[in-house]
Design a protein around this ligand. Structure first.
Ligand code: HEM
Ligand code: HEM
Length: 122
């Protein structure tokens, strides 16, 4: 599976989760977990889908192992950072290290994406 296919498969599913979270927040009138919803939507839906479009437009990197790994890590870390933030809001101490580690993972994964963009024919 190419990096674009992985991105296009995962991003809409994460969008559904993010939107369901938004609807649940709106129904409950408790908006305190907006950062969970915001990051599911902005990391897992918008950013991942944008990366997928870039990969699709640059087929010379789309099939690379590193590109596929980049998309898989991004999808998994978007879900895990949202889980970490949700646990923080539930006052569960496990949430903090999960969110902290995932923020570094996402940052390193963005560096990998930058390297892949640089490697592609612009
Ligand atoms: C079913 C669709 C959606 C519902 C019901 C929904 C609902 C909400 C609610 C209730 C809040 C809290 C607002 C507040 O307290 O200020 C919120 C915040 C937010 N939503 Fe959504 N949302 C939806 C879709 C989306 C999508 C698709 C995105 C992004 C692509 C998005 C991005 C955000 C962001 C970034 C915030 C935080 C805004 C801030 O902190 O000022 N939402 N949403
Ligand atoms: C490593 C990745 C990221 C980390 C560690 C991070 C961290 C944070 C933190 C700590 C907050 C404040 C949350 C709060 O007030 O409780 C925040 C808010 C926000 N971030 Fe991020 N962020 C990341 C990536 C992004 C990206 C890529 C986007 C957009 C594409 C984004 C959009 C936002 C928005 C819109 C808010 C306001 C949401 C709200 O108030 O609910 N973040 N982020």
């Amino acid at each position: 599976m190419t990096a674009s296919k992985i991105s296009f498969a995962c991003a809409p599913v994460i969008a559904l989760l993010g939107m369901a979270w938004g609807i649940a927040m709106a129904i409950s009138t408790d908006h305190s977990t907006a950062p969970v919803h915001a990051h599911l939507n902005l990391l897992g839906w918008v950013s991942l889908f944008l990366m997928g479009i870039y990969y699709k437009l640059h087929e010379e990197i789309d099939g690379l192992f590193l590109a596929r790994i980049q998309a898989i890590i991004w999808a998994a870390a978007s879900l895990l950072i949202a889980l970490g933030i949700a646990l923080i809001h539930m006052n569960n101490p496990v949430g903090d290290p999960i969110a902290a580690v995932m923020s570094i993972v996402l940052f390193l994964d963005m560096i990998l994406f930058v390297v892949l963009v640089a490697k592609s024919r612009q």
